[in-house]
Design a protein around this ligand. Structure first.
Ligand code: SF4
Length: 325
């Protein structure tokens, strides 16, 4: 699905026909020849690996505001009063800052349906981290953020975002996918009309994930859920999801994952035989020294849950292998 040829004032609603989380993707990463020089920057991880997990919606803001292909390249320039402008590299009178911002505002209803976004790095429109910001002619002393990306992030502060380069890191990639699915769960509950019950359920099924990512948040966030009334729901849930999604940016360490696995073992201590426990500890030690992945002890626990059903544990997203963790 593409917004490449979307005019600025066309309203657009992302299709949910595939019932997968929708994520925005910079069009050039999808292999579309929309860059200033007519080329693309196809990213196989996005086009091959992620295409079955998500409904990918491609967006090229520069084409969408009518810059055409090929076009004069732009770059970020420091302007008056500490502002940043997107100006033509050859012709500084070309200033597309407002158009890029306005395009993000125009498609805000679509962006709000996204559960994540993958941006092209280094782009003065789409880059998120460390885009070159020029102070004077030919000198880039600072780093900034692409104009379109900045507006998208400001309007959707809880939405998981990544740049394609960072997704080559296995842990960052897995964490991005996990965050997208969890945020999608939250958005679905909000779309259906969040209730105190669905709020509490969200907290309950993501508790171990939260514990793995951030122990402090794990202890603190329960306060928003406990005793929540209908009157307080909006305010409490907005504070909650902001802190929750922020906590999920932390990548769990091996020790943090082991802490969660030990926690899970505590729930099964009366059911597991001493042989079961010894095997689980052995597997956990193999995970600790890097001989096996985290999925190995988790698979063993899932196996035990078939023999010793435990509804609370089975509902945990952390143990749910259907999720791409
Ligand atoms: S980085 Fe963004 S603006 Fe540039 S070609 Fe890719 S999608 Fe278009």
């Amino acid at each position: 699905m593409s917004l490449v040829n979307q005019s600025k004032d066309e309203s657009y609603v992302a299709s949910e026909s595939k019932r997968l989380p929708s994520i925005g993707v910079s069009s050039c990463l999808m292999g579309q020849p929309v860059r200033f020089d007519g080329n693309h920057k196809k990213n196989n991880l996005v086009t091959e690996y992620l295409k079955d997990k998500f409904n990918l919606v491609s967006i090229c803001p520069e084409v969408a505001i009518g810059m055409g292909v090929p076009r004069q390249p732009i770059r970020l320039m420091q302007a008056e009063k500490n502002t940043v402008r997107a100006l033509g590299v050859r012709d500084h009178t070309l200033d597309v800052t407002d158009e890029l911002r306005n395009f993000a505002v125009d498609i805000a209803p679509t962006l709000a349906t996204f559960s994540g976004y993958i941006f092209k790095k280094d782009s003065p429109s789409c880059g998120v981290f460390g885009v070159k910001l020029y102070e004077t002619e030919g000198m880039s002393a600072k780093s900034g953020r692409g104009i379109f990306a900045e507006q998208v992030l400001r309007a959707n502060p809880n939405m998981p975002v990544e740049e394609e380069g960072r997704l080559n890191d296995l842990e960052l990639k897995d964490n991005f996918i996990r965050r997208v699915f969890i945020y999608h769960d939250w958005q679905s509950r909000v779309r259906q009309g969040l209730t105190c019950h669905s709020f509490e359920e969200f907290h309950r099924i993501h508790k171990f994930t939260l514990l793995a990512h951030d122990q402090h948040c794990y202890r603190q966030l329960g306060k928003y859920v406990a005793g929540c009334t209908k009157k307080e729901l909006k305010k409490r849930s907005e504070c909650y999801i902001a802190e929750f999604m922020n906590a999920l940016k932390n990548i769990p360490t091996v020790d943090q994952n082991i802490n969660v696995i030990m926690h899970i073992m505590g729930f099964l201590k009366r059911d597991l035989t001493s042989t079961d426990k010894a095997e689980l500890v052995r597997t956990m030690n193999k995970y600790r020294v890097g001989d096996v992945s985290r999925e190995v002890p988790l698979t063993l626990i899932s196996h035990h849950l078939k023999n010793y059903p435990n509804q609370y544990l089975s509902s945990q997203h952390y143990l749910n292998h259907a999720m791409p963790i």
